[in-house]
Design a protein around this ligand. Sequence first.
Ligand SMILES: [Zn+2]
Length: 403
Amino acid sequence: MADFYDVHTHFFNLSHPDFFSFVNRLNIAEYLFIMSIPLIGPIITTILYASKKKNIINTLSFMDSDISDSLKIIEEKDILPLFEKGFNIEATNYDRNIIIPLVLDFGQKYTQIDNEIWYNTTPHKSVKYQVIDLFQGIAEFYKEKIEKRILIFPFLGINPKNYNLENEYDENGNIKTIGIKSLLDKYFKNFAKEKRKELLIKKMGKFKDIESLGSYAFCGIKLYPPLGFDPWPEDDKEREKVEYIYTYCQKKSIPITTHIGIGGFQTVDNKTCEKLASPERWTNVVKKFPELKINLAHLKQKDLNFMKGILKLIVEQKNIYTDLAYSGFNKKEYEEIDKKIKKFSTSDSYKIYERILYGSDFSISLLKSPSYSSQLKIFANSKAFLNKKYLLVNQNPEKFLFD
Ligand SMILES: [Zn+2]
């Protein structure tokens, strides 16, 4: 029996993302009206809207639940039916589903958005409350029974722009705002290279309050350029912060997942996003921190240059990974990705297969897929990645997370 890893998921409820980027992400601005107004128009648009509307309602109905309920729902409807008797993929039986929820730091500082309105600043959503809700949800989920088919190892979302390097103190000497150094120490100071998986499992579901949430709560770090994170900023002060994170993660072998590509929850404009969320933006990081484990997420890209950029870095550097998040909504999509990898020389394509991680992007993926289990089944039955699926769902993720 083996563990099936899904390294790229999101479990948040509707209160966590800021509303503007959420509406943009779901592309629902127009639907907010369509849901209440009967649609008159060409039949084809009507059908298109109807099926899109179904996906959106499916997504919203899932995300409107508490995190513990979301976990219970997928356990009952998706995970148990697949994994209870062993999920068979290419002669391997998987009896546990390990999911990695990626926390996104929506905690951007206030900026002015519109002078025409009175409350004219961008919403500020502290990542702290998302973390509390996530761990409370996980604890609630494990309360009833400990022997579960789902294991949950979250990644902490950090946007260095929202922090200083050092703590700020008030006049009484209490921490007013936590700095990057303390934040990393809080969650990763005792994060050893050995027995990491064991200790993560041991800590799973145990949550009292955020103050006592220490090492082994998270198993990696999530960075997210569409919300303004710059992997290699020009500004000295900003550079110092990101380099501190890279040095720390490299030393402690903490894996980083970063979003590649335009879209997602995006608060910067497209042109800025194209720059910050490109694989090229990581060239200097990779050069200076060759041992740093980075997952350049979303191998499938609309912009083929981005996909080429990801694959180029993988071939050149041994610690660069990528994942399949938000792709594979039909069999063809996986086959197309596989075809592109096969164009490389045998040795290079092998390097690539050893660095691809399975990721679903669930629950965001509900925008294009009816359920978690349907996504897993499409992957399992795909002709792509033939005889390499064990690498993608088990071997590579274990290396990325724990090696
Ligand atoms: Zn994602």
